[in-house]
Design a protein around this ligand. Structure first.
Ligand SMILES: C[S@@+](CC[C@H](N)C(=O)[O-])C[C@H]1O[C@@H](n2cnc3c(N)ncnc32)[C@H](O)[C@@H]1O
Length: 217
C-alpha cells in the first residue's frame, strides 16, 4: 500500500505554519493519520502549539470523515518560555506577558480551510485525559518533554487508543547526548513497547509510529 500524501496546498500550509516538525516527519504523521482514519474514530494530538502538525491531522480527519482533536494549555512548554532556545516572542500575549499560542493556531487552521475538522481542547493534558472516556483511532504525543509531562500524556491517553489504532510519539531521541529536549519521549516509547500492547510500525526522524495489538485493560 502506498502511503497517503497531503495535497500541495495542505503541505504548503503545514510548511508555512509556525512550529517545529520537519517535512519528512510531517509526511509520516499524515500517512499514519490517514491510515488510522479508516477506523472511523477521532484522531487526537497532545501539543497543538500554533497548529503546524494539527493541519495534517485535520486534513486526514476530513478525508476520513472523522474529527481531529488537539489538546494544549497554549502557555508553552518549558523550552518555549522567554530566555529559552525555542522561544518565539511573537507568541507572547502583550497584555498578560504570558505565551498564548491559541490565536495563531486559530488563524492557521482557518487559513488552511480546516477549522470545521478539528476541535481544540484548551487545558492541561492530564486534566482533559481524566475526563476522556471514548476510543481514539490515533493518539499523537507531542506535549511537554519533561518526564512528568510525557509520562502523564502516555498514561492519560495511550489507554484510549483502540485496538488496531496508532500511537505516535514525537521527539524520540535514543541517544543520551541529545540533552536539550531530553529523553522523556524515548522513555515513554520504551514503556509502550515493553507493555506488549504495541508494535512498532515505522521510524521517521524522531517520530515513532506504534500500533495497538490488543485493547487496554
Ligand atoms: C512541541 S510543542 C507542539 C508542537 C506541535 N505539535 C507542532 O507540530 O507544531 C508542545 C506543546 O505542548 C504544550 N504543552 C506542554 N505541556 C502541556 C500540558 N501538560 N498540557 C497541555 N499542553 C501542554 C505546550 O503549550 C506546547 O504548545
Amino acid at each position: 500500500m502506498t502511503a497517503a500524501v497531503p495535497k500541495p496546498e495542505i503541505l504548503a500550509a503545514f510548511e508555512g505554519a509556525k512550529g517545529f516538525m520537519p517535512t519528512h516527519e510531517g509526511l509520516a504523521l499524515y500517512a499514519a493519520a490517514v491510515e488510522a482514519g479508516a477506523l472511523g474514530l477521532p484522531l487526537l494530538e497532545v501539543g497543538t502549539y500554533c497548529g503546524r502538525s494539527a493541519i495534517l491531522l485535520a486534513d486526514a480527519a476530513r478525508a476520513a470523515g472523522v474529527t481531529a482533536l488537539t489538546v494544549d494549555h497554549h502557555r508553552g512548554s518549558e523550552e518555549q518560555q522567554p530566555g529559552w532556545e525555542y522561544h518565539d516572542p511573537e507568541t507572547v500575549d502583550p497584555e498578560l506577558g504570558l505565551m498564548d499560542t491559541l490565536p495563531t493556531f486559530r488563524r492557521t487552521l482557518h487559513r488552511a480551510g480546516l477549522e470545521d475538522h478539528i476541535v481544540a481542547l484548551v487545558g492541561r493534558s492530564p486534566q482533559v485525559a481524566k475526563i476522556w472516556n471514548s476510543p481514539l483511532g490515533l493518539v499523537f504525543i507531542d506535549g511537554g518533554h519533561t518526564d512528568e509531562h510525557a509520562s502523564a500524556d502516555y498514561e492519560g491517553w495511550a489507554p484510549h487508543v483502540a485496538e488496531g489504532g496508532l500511537l505516535l510519539i514525537h521527539d524520540v531521541h535514543p541517544d543520551p547526548k541529545d540533552e536539550f529536549t531530553g529523553q522523556a519521549p524515548y522513555r515513554i516509547y520504551l514503556r509502550a513497547l515493553e507493555s506488549g500492547a504495541f508494535e512498532e510500525i515505522s521510524v521517521t526522524g524522531t517520530l515513532r509510529v506504534l500500533r495497538r495489538l490488543r485493547a487496554s485493560r
